[in-house]
Design a binder for this molecule. Sequence first.
Ligand SMILES: Cc1cc2nc3c(=O)[nH]c(=O)nc-3n(C[C@H](O)[C@H](O)[C@H](O)COP(=O)(O)OP(=O)(O)OC[C@H]3O[C@@H](n4cnc5c(N)ncnc54)[C@H](O)[C@@H]3O)c2cc1C
Length: 237
Amino acid sequence: MGKGSNSLILDSALTIPFIKLGKAFQSIAYQNGYVYAKAGTSVPQLMAFSQKEGLSGLEFMSGVPASLGGMIAMNFGCWDRCMKDIVESVDVFIPKKGFVTFTNEECNFDYRSSLFQSLNGLIIGAKLAISHSNSKAVKETINRYVSERLQKQPMRLATFGSIFKNPPSSSAALLIDRAGLKGYQYPRVRISTAHANFMENKGKASSKEALDLIQHIQQDIYNRYNVTLIPEVHIFQ
Ligand SMILES: Cc1cc2nc3c(=O)[nH]c(=O)nc-3n(C[C@H](O)[C@H](O)[C@H](O)COP(=O)(O)OP(=O)(O)OC[C@H]3O[C@@H](n4cnc5c(N)ncnc54)[C@H](O)[C@@H]3O)c2cc1C
């Protein structure tokens, strides 16, 4: 478990033990031309470090409430960059095997997926490629990305980010919008009017309500366009 920003946990999954990395797994250091960060490090911590040290390359993450481990597992991406572009290597703890270091190629990064989604291992930390810049330039890039997000996405509400992966050569948001589902609410979860591929928790919605709405959208889009939308959000049930 990282920051949980891409996880939907059903009541039926509450018997599964979840491991959440604590403070001991939140650190960042600059070493020989790379940034080494532990997996529990949050995006705000990574942004503060980049800005202070004038190191560029991580700004595309800005504004997202995620952890480094979760971003690597998901091959997080936006603004035409993704984790695959910056990961040099990943340190992982695998039960009954021990500590293993994976090179970028060995991580099998693909669109919002990686080896770590099926490996049954715990990402401990990663070496990230950065370039030298200056604090002012890094700060400006971070601010620009955050303000673009604030304009286009419901960043101040409880969401998962994108609910669905984009189908090949199409856009999940466009299909949901065309289907007239923007603003559709069931019962305490709403498809965002700001971005059709986001859903907002309008109160104390249960995980079941969120799952019901996800399935409703999938059925509607399949009936209209014969397209199966695959959730990007990880559903634990
Ligand atoms: C407002 C908002 C905006 C977003 N924008 C984007 C975006 O632009 N692009 C994008 O790609 N995503 C986006 N997301 C989705 C989400 O932030 C990313 O998927 C992020 O990578 C998830 O990180 P997390 O730490 O919250 O992971 P979690 O939700 O905690 O976990 C996600 C998956 O990673 C696994 N995992 C987490 N940590 C580890 C670890 N240490 N070792 C092994 N496995 C681990 C979990 O088991 C789970 O399967 C957004 C989310 C929100 C709320």
